[in-house]
Structure formats: C-alpha cells, structure tokens
Design a protein around this ligand. Structure first.
Ligand code: PEP
Ligand code: MN
Length: 338
C-alpha cells in the first residue's frame, strides 16, 4: 500500500502515520521526491481495513498496490533512482555508463592490460569475475579473493569503479570490501538468502535477470533487496532462454521499456551474454541504448581465443573502442550522454 502525503504534511503528521502503521505490524519506507513525499507500507495490509489511513491529517490519498512488488514500483517512487557510485560517476542519470572487462579475472597482468584498454576507450566501470558460476564443476571456477585483490588494484590504478559477482551469502562481506558494485548472477536471481544478505549492505547491487525469469519474478527479487533496506539496486537484462538456438540467449529488449514503465530502478543491458557471439554484441548494445537503458555491461578480452570463460562473446579491445564510438551517436539521439 502506498500513502501519498499532502505537500504541506508536517513531520509530526508523517510520524503519526508511521507510528500507526508500525503498531499494526507494517514496515514503513519513506520516499521524499521533489514534488511529493510518499510512504510505502509493507506487511499485513488487512489491518488497515479497521484503521483507514485516509482519515489521518497529512494524507492526500492511499493507493492499494496491485502488483506484488511495492518498493521497486514507480507508484512508490515516481522519480528515477540515481545510484551514486563515486563523486563523478552515477548510474540512472543522463549519462549511459559502460562496464567492461573480462568474463573471468585470470591473472593480474592480464586484468591490468584489459583495464587500461577499456579505460582508454571510455569505460568507467571495470568488470571481472572472481567467483564464477560455471555449468560444469570441472571448468575454471575463478581466482576467488586473489582475483578480488587484482580487481581492486586495477580499478585504483586506472580510476575505474569495479563490479564483480558474489555467489554465496557467506562471501558478501568479503566481496563488498573490495568492489563498488555487487553483481548477482542470472543463476542466483532467486537465491533468496543471497538477496537478503546483499539487502543488508549499503553497496550498490546489480541484479541480473534469471535466464528463465519473468519480469515480475525479477522485480520480486529486487524487492527482496530493497525490503531489507538497500535501495541502491540496478537491474541487468542479459538475455533469456527461448527456442532460438542461433544465439546463446535472446535479448529481451522489451524488458528495458517494461522496467522503465513499472519501476524507478536503473536498467543495464548485457549484450555479451544476451548474444553469445562477439560479432553480434555491437548491434545488441546499440539497441539497448536506443531502447533507453542506463548502462551496458560488455565482456572484453585482449586474447579471447585464450580466455578461460566466454571467449567467443568477448570483444577485442579495438572492437570495444569502435563500439564506444558508435554508441555516442545513439546516446545523443535519445537525449543521453555517454
Ligand atoms: C557474467 O557476468 O559473467 C555472468 C556469469 O553472467 P550471467 O549471470 O548473466 O550468466
Ligand atoms: Mn561471462
């Protein structure tokens, strides 16, 4: 349930409503926008049939929320969420941000080389997996904490923010100590203990869409994170499973527009996992920006033929540079900057 407050509601009136809701066992979250202050109520709403909040001074109207997600909804927060990563880097504002780097962190030197190259081309966030969710237990599983150290060092050296996947609730504090953004991978989108754990931190989280998840399920997963107190969440469309076999996944470009309609959270597009082939990445990335995404995550490797994971979909640095040049025109065509 969403309570829209009157423009002149006093702090005391707001407190009164909050106290009442909390005494009925509901959790409250306040969103102070430029034009409106809104209170989201989570919990057993039936209690409000007995005590209708409409009668409280300061309340403009009460909106029952039909979709099961609340805190992530546009009704709760009409303005776009802007996640500040560093003083000069924000996600969800006018600029489209680009995260780039290898699928897996393989060595310090290798990561440093790729970090320098993506920085030169204009990326602002370095990606690299240290804990890898591999289909086969016999495949490279990542360097673990050693990889996190390399990622943090490469980020510092080249002035790049960092993002990496955390797979296990027990590793959340460790990973959060090294990077700027915690990535939840597609395979863990409904790992509710993990979602709760990252929800308890105050680190920005990038929640990738499960490979067979509906948009509603994806938003419900984001709701887990917000309802635990962490509102710094962005959603990443990385392609879904369909009957099509020509590509690794099918990029659901509709999802960008649907999320923008239903939610205030920033949307990232991952054209690498969405297509599975490096020569399709540019077209998918351009489509993402044209559709209104707030950022891209692109896999880049200087020697894709030797990559320990996802070589076939990794762009060589020169092709990444070309992609970045071609994106500026698309971004300005949709009133965004790169
Ligand atoms: C990745 O980003 O390397 C990754 C494993 O992505 P996804 O979870 O989308 O498959
Ligand atoms: Mn990958």
């Amino acid at each position: 349930m969403i309570v829209v407050l009157k423009a002149d509601a006093t702090e005391e009136q707001i407190r009164q409503i909050q106290d009442k809701a909390e005494s009925l066992g509901l959790k409250t979250h306040i969103s102070r926008g430029q034009s409106k202050t809104v209170m989201g109520l989570i919990g057993p709403e039936d209690a409000l049939r007995v005590v209708p909040l409409e009668v409280f001074p300061g309340v403009e109207r009460v909106i029952p929320v039909l979709p099961p997600y609340k805190l992530v909804s546009r009704e709760f927060q009409p303005e776009d969420t802007v996640i500040r990563i560093t003083d000069d880097l924000a996600i969800g504002g006018k600029a489209v941000v680009v995260m780039a780097g290898p699928c897996s962190i393989e060595s310090k030197e290798g990561l440093m080389t790729i970090a320098r190259q993506v920085k030169e081309s204009g990326a602002t966030i370095l990606r690299g997996g240290a804990f890898k969710p591999r289909t086969s237990p016999y495949d490279f599983q990542g360097l673990g904490e050693e990889g996190l150290r390399y990622l943090a060092e490469a980020g510092r050296t080249y002035g790049l923010a960092t993002v990496t996947e955390v797979m296990d609730p027990r590793d959340v504090a460790l990973v959060a100590g090294y990077v700027d953004i915690l990535q939840i991978g597609a395979r863990n989108m409904q790992n509710f203990s993990l979602l709760r754990e990252v929800g308890k931190t105050r680190k920005p989280v990038m929640l990738k869409r499960g490979m067979s998840a509906t948009i509603k399920e994806w938003l419900m997963s984001a709701e887990y994170i917000l309802s635990n107190g962490n509102f710094q969440v962005m959603l990443c469309e990385r392609g879904i499973r369909t009957y099509e076999t020509a590509t690794r996944n099918t990029l659901d470009i509709n999802a960008v527009a649907v999320i923008k309609k239903l939610s205030h959270l920033p949307v990232i597009v991952d054209p690498s996992h969405a297509t599975g082939y490096w020569d399709l990445v540019e077209a998918a990335a351009r489509a993402g920006v044209a559709a209104g995404c707030d950022g891209l995550m692109v896999e880049v490797h200087d020697r894709p033929e030797e990559a320990m994971s996802d070589g076939p979909q990794s762009l060589k640095p020169a092709n990444f540079a070309r992609l970045m040049r071609s994106l500026s025109a698309i971004a300005s065509a949709v009133s965004r900057a790169l």
